[in-house]
Design a protein. Structure first.
Ligand code: SF4
Length: 384
């Protein structure tokens, strides 16, 4: 019997994380902080902890609604969607953890178990006399004080959290704040020993050790050389992480090629239109994307360029420019990962309508996909 199966049947404390395939990384980070917690594949008696993003929200709400009255539980929500819409989540849940859970969740659980007043717990929402109340925000956590996971539940090692950029479509700075924080090399090494190959999460892997605005390639070098001593394959700047184009330099590519196993690099480009890049606050232009892809190819890494289509206010001309950039990158030997814009709660674009995708752009993206040069979800004939 696997650990997950055993864990699905055991919690001596009656505290359960609602496990699903989409929230594994959050649960891996929070499980070690809640002593005696188990994993549940349905609502169980006790304290039920949920972590979810917007695409799962309706399904989660249905589950909680339908178990009210039949399961004796206190329901607690956390993760990107409840953090952005605490009042909405409180219509179904008893408590919401807003933002980072490492300090807030254990404190909240102790208050729930003790039947104490939750008003003093920073970073939560709760209901009192039918009214949703939000407490003061919690300070950013120090990543070194908390494990990224604890075996046997694993996740890639989170090396960096928070982002000083404020891209208008992105939840990261709204969920984790704009102050970038890094896990120290010694802590990263401590958790690297659990893996046979090494993968990381970060909003921008090449920002490791920096203020997030100005690269500190010396810090990236220290990290990669220390990891290299473990003699395990390293995958850096690739799924589940990526890099900003303005952080891609010859030196950075050289470091990755020298120390890492990956021979591709995930670059966040987002649009081929300078007007759109400015509108969404990316802080770089199309030329920076071109330069990053060229440097990557010249250095021996295939660029996997992330693009978003259907951003609000995007015209057919903007989309054509994005398509031109995609063609250019593919022509040089790169690949495209395209997404249709989704308005995410808590972001400045949350109430904006996605722009329709021009037929010509959809057709050409489909052709790139058929040639194995593009993946993603940009329309009805999208590829994964
Ligand atoms: S898209 Fe990337 S750079 Fe922009 S705010 Fe989000 S994490 Fe930061």
């Amino acid at each position: 019997m696997t650990f997950k199966k055993r864990a699905l049947e055991a919690s001596p404390t009656g505290i359960w994380f609602r496990w699903n395939k989409k929230n594994g990384y959050s649960i891996a980070a929070l499980l070690p902080l809640v002593e005696g917690a188990g994993l549940a594949d349905r609502p169980r008696e006790g304290i039920m902890l949920y972590s979810f993003a917007s695409p799962q929200a309706e399904e989660v709400y249905r589950e909680v609604d339908s178990s009210r009255g039949s399961v004796e539980a206190v329901f607690v929500a956390g993760g990107p969607h409840p953090s952005a819409r605490p009042e909405e989540a409180l219509r179904r849940f008893d408590f919401v953890v807003i933002g980072e859970g490492e300090e807030t969740l254990p404190e909240l659980i102790s208050v729930i178990k003790g039947g104490d007043d939750p008003a003093g717990v920073k970073g939560i929402g709760y209901r009192q006399d039918g009214i949703a109340r939000l407490t003061l925000p919690r300070e950013d956590v120090d990543l070194d004080l908390y494990p990224p996971f604890q075996p046997p539940i694993f996740s890639p090692i989170e090396i960096t959290r928070g982002c000083p950029w404020g891209c208008a479509y992105c939840q990261t700075p709204r969920l984790f704040g704009r102050r970038i924080r890094h896990r120290s090399i010694s802590k990263i090494l401590e958790y690297a020993r659990f893996y046979s190959d090494l993968r990381f999460t970060s909003p921008n892997a090449l920002a490791y050790g920096s203020d997030g605005l100005h690269p500190r390639i010396d810090k990236v070098e220290q990290l990669l050389s220390s990891l290299s001593e473990l003699d395990k394959p390293i995958y850096f700047g690739t799924f589940p992480s990526e890099v900003r184009p303005d952080f891609v330099t010859e030196e950075a590519i050289d470091l990755i090629v020298r120390h890492c196993r990956n021979r591709h690099l995930s670059i966040g480009g987002q649009s081929g239109s300078d007007r759109i890049l400015k509108m969404i606050g990316r802080g770089h232009d199309v030329e920076a994307i071109r330069r990053a892809c060229d440097l990557s190819l010249d250095g021996g890494l295939v660029p996997n360029l992330d693009l978003i289509v259907g951003l609000p206010g995007e015209t057919a001309e903007d989309q054509r420019m994005t398509l031109d950039l995609a063609r250019e990158v593919v022509g040089g030997g790169g690949r495209i990962r395209a997404h249709h814009f989704i308005p995410l709660p808590g972001t400045p674009l949350e109430d904006e309508e996605p722009a329709d995708l021009a037929a010509e752009v959809a057709k050409e993206m489909g052709e790139l996909a058929l040639r194995g040069k593009a993946t993603g979800r940009w329309g009805s004939s999208d590829q994964m």
